[in-house]
Design a protein around this ligand. Structure first.
Ligand SMILES: Cc1ncc(COP(=O)(O)O)c(C=O)c1O
Length: 332
């Protein structure tokens, strides 16, 4: 029924396919059909959207004979945690460049950071200003570590969001094709560094799926994400000679849901997380999925019409909840 795809080499890290589940009570309340693609169930600690990308990225690191990888993120980065755990599982070293307010006083290990440290990753703390130069800093770290140890280190970009990592979400689109079929569905997902978006867009193009894909921007504005996603798609198209390139303006993203800023929550977003936990037993995170679900429910409440079923992609992130425990508790 669907075209066969020629995937690049990958290793098994995620529990796939993830389930596609109806959100029954919420659907009844809203008077529409809402489903959840449970990518939070790719694993327990190795959970979330990054695991799909790492299946391709780390296969390439191993194949090229790297002894370790370097990646980056915020202090509670899900991607850094998933990379650290996956590296430990594969016998690779992990070195993380993490952004924090004051590198001289790094945060105590909790949530994602605790898990990354537990998996043996080494952490280099950098300021938000240094983080803007993250790619150069990671390249410098790779050279430094090689000089110190004699081993070669691969560099994985922020969020695992490059053309190779995007194949993880081509695979997700393929799963959706089998689970949903060719229907006029709308697929809503959070956008943080663009790799999930690029993979879903590429997958729908390659499989000729009629889904409307809508990304909710959680950390930057629509225009800059459109550019980033279009750039990943261009590289994907060049590297594998596949017709997936897209005009930036054709990539549907919603602005307006960054709220107070990256990893900072408004009361109404946390209330939305509590609502989903209490209505469906579904636990969202405050940094990505909570904002994306708040965006979806706000748009529906404002009368936005979307083809059904609506599929919300739960991209994981549960360990980020702890960082906002006090604010959440105040709502209960
Ligand atoms: C839990 C979670 N959801 C969504 C995203 C956004 O995905 P992407 O970086 O592919 O845009 C991230 C990471 O940025 C994440 O950790």
């Amino acid at each position: 029924m669907f075209n066969e795809l020629d995937f690049p080499p990958s290793i098994d890290l995620a529990r796939l396919p993830t389930p596609l589940e109806p959100l029954e009570r919420l659907s009844e309340r809203l008077g529409l059909q809402l489903l959840c693609k449970r990518d939070d169930l790719t694993g327990t600690t190795l959970t979330g959207n990054k695991v799909r990308k790492l299946e391709f990225l780390l296969a390439a690191s191993l194949d090229a004979g790297f002894a370790g990888v370097i990646t980056c993120g915020g202090e509670q980065s899900n991607h850094a945690r998933a990379t650290a755990l996956a590296c430990a599982r594969l016998g690779l070293d992990a070195h993380l460049l993490l952004r924090t307010a004051d590198p001289a006083q790094p945060p105590a290990a909790s949530g994602n950071l605790l898990l990354g440290r537990l998996a043996g990753a080494s952490v280099e703390w950098i300021t938000a200003e240094q983080y803007r130069e993250r790619d150069a800093l990671m390249a410098a770290a790779a050279e430094r570590l090689q000089q110190q140890s004699g081993d070669r280190y691969d560099v994985i970009p922020e969020g695992g969001s490059n053309a190779l990592g995007a194949w993880g979400y081509v695979r997700c689109a393929q799963e959706l094709a089998h689970q949903l079929g060719r229907v006029a569905a709308t697929v809503v997902y959070p956008v943080g560094s663009g790799g999930t978006a690029a993979g879903l867009i590429a997958g729908c193009r390659l499989l000729d799926l009629p889904y409307r894909l809508v990304g909710v921007c959680v950390s930057d504005d629509r225009r800059s994400f459109q550019q980033r996603i279009a750039a990943i798609l261009r590289r994907f198209a060049e590297r594998w000679r596949l017709n997936v390139a897209s005009d930036a303006e054709d990539i549907e993203l919603w602005d307006g849901y960054v709220g107070l800023g990256y990893a900072r929550s408004r009361r109404e977003e946390l209330a939305c997380i509590a609502d989903l936990a209490q209505t469906e037993g579904l636990v969202l995170d405050p940094v990505y999925t909570g904002k994306a679900m708040f965006g979806l429910l706000s748009e529906l409440a404002a009368g936005r019409l979307l083809g059904e079923p609506i599929v919300f992609v739960h991209t994981g992130g549960v360990f980020g909840l702890e960082a906002q425990a006090r604010q959440i508790e105040a709502l209960l």
